[in-house]
Write a new protein. Sequence first.
Lengths: 479, 109
Amino acid sequence: MTAWIAREHHRFEAAGKPFVYLVPSAAIFALDDAADAVLRAVSAKPHTREELIAVLGDRVGPTLEELVRVRAVGELSAPDAPQPKVIPLAPFPLTTMVLNVTNQCNLSCEYCYEYGEDKIVDTENGKQPKFMSEETARQSVDFMLKESGSHRMAHVTFFGGETLLNFPVLKKTIAYARQRAAEIGKEVDFSLTTNATLLKPEIIEFLAANQVGVTISIDGPKEVQDKFRVFHNGTGSYDIVAPKIKELLQRHRSRPIGARVTLTSGSMDVKRIYRHLTEEMGFWEVGFAPVTTSPNRGHAIADAGYDEMLGQFRDLAYDFLEASVAGRHHGFSNIKETLEELHKGVSKAYPCGAGLGLLGVATDGDVALCHRFAGSDAHRLGTVHDGIDREAQRTFLEQHHIANKTDCHVCWARPLCSGGCYHEAHTRYGETTRPNLHYCNWIRGWTDVCLRIYGELSERNPAFLTQFDRDEAEGERVS
Amino acid sequence: MNHLRAVNRKAVRVERATDHDVVALQRNGLPQAPHFPIGCSLVFSPGWEADRTGGTAGLCQPVERDLFDCHIGCYWPAQVPDQLNHAPDWTAKCAAAQKDWRRIDLIFP
């Protein structure tokens, strides 16, 4: 007598209807009443078919078959085999290179992972030059074009330190990359992140004319921004950056411009920050990230803080939903990214592309996992002169696969999270291999919110979701 | 499917992938669960005693798997024709191995 039991899944409701998110496939199915009843029964305890029929009636038969077919339900005596550990084959095409053109900064944000108490690299007295040379930047471009393999499109993100402190090299690098890419029939797309303090008309003109995507690091209204984002002498930066950002937003219309907010224990008013940055400042979109820090710092977000943050994110997500149903733009970028991943049904072997399709380059040309590790010898994956160290890359991929993160194997959110940011783990636990167990509840809560929004959209405005299909077609076309 | 509706793209793929599944092993009285032959049984390699249902159908070695699996994906030596190159149609008249095995063509090398 076969007993049936629910496989890993997360049930949620949206628009008054039941849905199920299946793990590890990341498939989302809408359930009718019968399917919902069967799934709930076998979630509570194992049932034989006869037991199910006794409780729920004859409709059980075909319903059970469908649930078994999509692997929402399986035999009690035959648990699913663990997912195979598949390591991507090298060479994996490089799609994004983050170029740390300088490790210097004109601000002294207390929480900064590059300068603050949790820094990995000694940017003052370390071996790296303070600014990337033109020569190293050119070598980086050649490196990227070579490593991008068959991809026609490559992305360069300029980063720092404060990126614009090395504007001359940035400018020459863009020209050089355009020329080299054109010679071999490729295209390069550029973006940068800046604190906006050094924006001036000629820089803005250049960024607009060259269609350079711009992300501004800003924490919100004056009192929030000035708490951490200060100059070396302690003065807040809001009054300096606000007019420059407005000028940028007015004149740079060739790409949507986003704000990137760091949330700390002292600044958790997500909705107010969002409104300020969109309605008052004019940003097209705003993304939020909790500060990366060791837990004992004053600005670290504690458990209660994550709950508070989740509540705020949820409210903003429902604003996003209403706007999207009505066909209006809403700039809450965190949710858009997650919705896209839910729509495609991604089930990740790694939390991000670091060390795979994304690499960071330090000022001396050392290649690292990502920009946050640039310059760290322990996280080096080669140099732009000698190419990627394939052995180091292979070891990294072996060690960081989701199959190694046994804590995650019982979590339904792992297809999306896959253990979370390596840098966050390194700062928290001293090891990039560790899953970020301190924010599991937050991740599951947030993923649940996104699933509900996704379900609502699938019922109320399915056309909204087709934009993610177009994005994919675009991606496939250029690659 | 009538009771589930695929919502995201992965769900569509799951539905499609299980739509035309080759169910080589048919067990009476049970719904035809998707079956993905991927090699040997968990414990015995090649398995030869009993599978998880107490039968032999799920094992690597019994004739119904020997015919259809072993000669392509498994190291176990199966006495079957080269279906990839030499005799692509040798099982054309055999829809279900348990029932139709008499109709498998004889192939002479």
